[in-house]
Design a protein around this ligand. Structure first.
Ligand code: NDP
Length: 397
């Protein structure tokens, strides 16, 4: 009987738990553990049927994690806590001999920087232990890497230009809120832009490059080049790429709030003293912003995330656009969360399923595009994230 341990009971953990519980033929038993056990209990109650056990764990502490893993004995640990916990959870997996999956690459708490180097450094350890670590298995990173691998496998002899386009055309009714963990989200979108061109990284000021892009069934939305973590692994795994960029849509209102937050120092990760107590501005900001897990109820509209690719097939230039549109309202009806958590939690379940079925199982540490994309693409259509393809279209980029 396959057993899975999910760590983290936020928006993504909620969807991952719902989806894993919905496939009992693959996941015979599951446990949801997080820092605040009452959140795990509430998710378990919403799913019902005593399908899920719950536990409390501080995932910053390897001995605590290892004790929990030893007592539950899962086949796979799914990390949907925060990127800060990636390395401690990987260490606990190695100590207890269990495979690992996550959705976001490691970030040190005291440095606003994310890179795969820390997790790629675990390759030999996982390989020698005969364990699998699947990195970045949400939507972006995650499905975007699978889309790219699928395009390279089926539609191109050589992929040359990749633009990942991420549009959130939803409206949650708040003047400002982030769609996933505010601390991680604000750290991500306020950093300098960065993209790959002709064998090197080029840097821009935050949100310097932008243009309107047309999203299917949504229309034009101003889209901005930002750095996103999957670019690092994709340019390594697809060395024929001449250019790789990531575009995200932002509304003017959102950007104005971000600018003010940055200018007044509230995005800072440097601790300050307040009435004799040390506080980190961005962590305090998180405490006063709407909880992303609560946005779902009034969220209307769609997300649209995809890959626009140009390359060669049979000596001729070809374009290809593969994408998913996801409705916030439909996601909420099914899992009680908005589409950003939904589009991340569904691929978590599918990645875990790939591992359990032995389809994505090899010793070492891998990004999703290093596995066979076909069975994963098939499951996306079954579990709520159907994809569409367009061939030989104008990519705008
Ligand atoms: P939330 O902040 O909503 O949830 C995080 C959860 O992790 C909370 O339940 C929190 O506990 C728990 N947690 C935090 N620290 C610890 C710890 N030390 N020990 C145990 N539990 C801990 O975040 P999201 O659900 O929005 O995001 C989850 C992950 O998904 C993040 O890593 C995010 O970067 C990633 N993500 C990936 C995407 C993709 O497409 N690849 C897209 C969106 C998100 P508590 O409730 O007590 O605070």
């Amino acid at each position: 009987m396959s057993k899975v341990l999910i760590i983290g009971a936020g928006g993504v953990g909620t969807v991952a738990a719902h989806k894993i519980a919905s496939v009992p033929e693959v996941f015979g038993d599951m446990m949801l553990a997080s820092r605040t056990k009452s959140k795990c209990d509430a998710i378990a109650a919403a799913i019902g049927g005593n399908r899920i056990r719950t536990a409390q764990v501080d995932a910053d502490h390897v001995p605590e994690l290892a004790a929990l893993i030893r007592s539950y004995r899962p086949d796979l640990v799914v990390n949907v806590a925060l990127p800060y916990q990636d390395l401690t959870i990987m260490d606990a997996c190695l100590e207890t001999g269990v495979s690992y999956l996550d959705t976001a690459n490691y970030e040190p708490k005291d440095e606003a920087r994310f890179e795969y180097k820390w997790q790629w450094a675990y390759r030999e350890k996982f390989k020698n232990a005969g364990l699998t670590a699947i990195l970045g298995c949400g939507f972006d990173p995650g499905v975007t890497g699978v889309y790219t691998a699928y395009a390279a496998k089926h539609h191109f002899d050589e992929i040359q230009y990749l633009d990942i386009v991420d549009c959130n055309a939803g409206d949650h009714g708040h003047p400002f809120a982030t769609n996933f963990n505010p601390e991680i989200n604000i750290r991500e979108v306020t950093q300098k832009g960065k993209y790959w061109e002709n064998g090197k990284w080029l840097y821009t000021e935050p949100h310097e490059i932008h243009q309107p892009l047309h999203y299917p069934e949504i229309g034009p939305k101003e889209s901005y080049v930002i750095y996103h973590e999957e670019l690092e692994s994709l340019v390594k795994n697809f060395p024929t790429l001449k250019r790789a960029r990531f575009w995200m849509t932002f509304g003017q209102e959102y950007l104005t709030h971000l600018r003010v937050i940055r200018n007044i120092g509230m995005a800072s990760i440097e601790p300050v003293m307040y009435r004799g107590m040390e506080i980190v501005p961005i962590q305090f900001l998180k405490a006063v912003l709407p909880d992303p897990a609560d946005l779902g109820k009034n969220y209307r509209g769609w997300t649209s995330i995809g890959c626009r690719i140009r390359g060669l097939k049979n000596g001729r230039e070809q374009t290809y656009y593969v994408y998913n549109n996801c409705s916030h309202e439909v996601a909420y009806r099914e899992t009680g969360t908005q589409a950003v958590s939904y589009t991340t939690g569904v691929p978590v379940m599918i990645g875990a399923m790939m591992y359990m079925k032995g389809l994505w199982k090899k010793p070492g540490v891998f990004n999703v595009e290093e596995f066979d994309p076909d069975p994963f693409m098939e499951q996306l259509n079954i579990h709520g994230l159907p994809w569409k393809e367009q061939f030989d279209v104008h990519l705008e980029l």
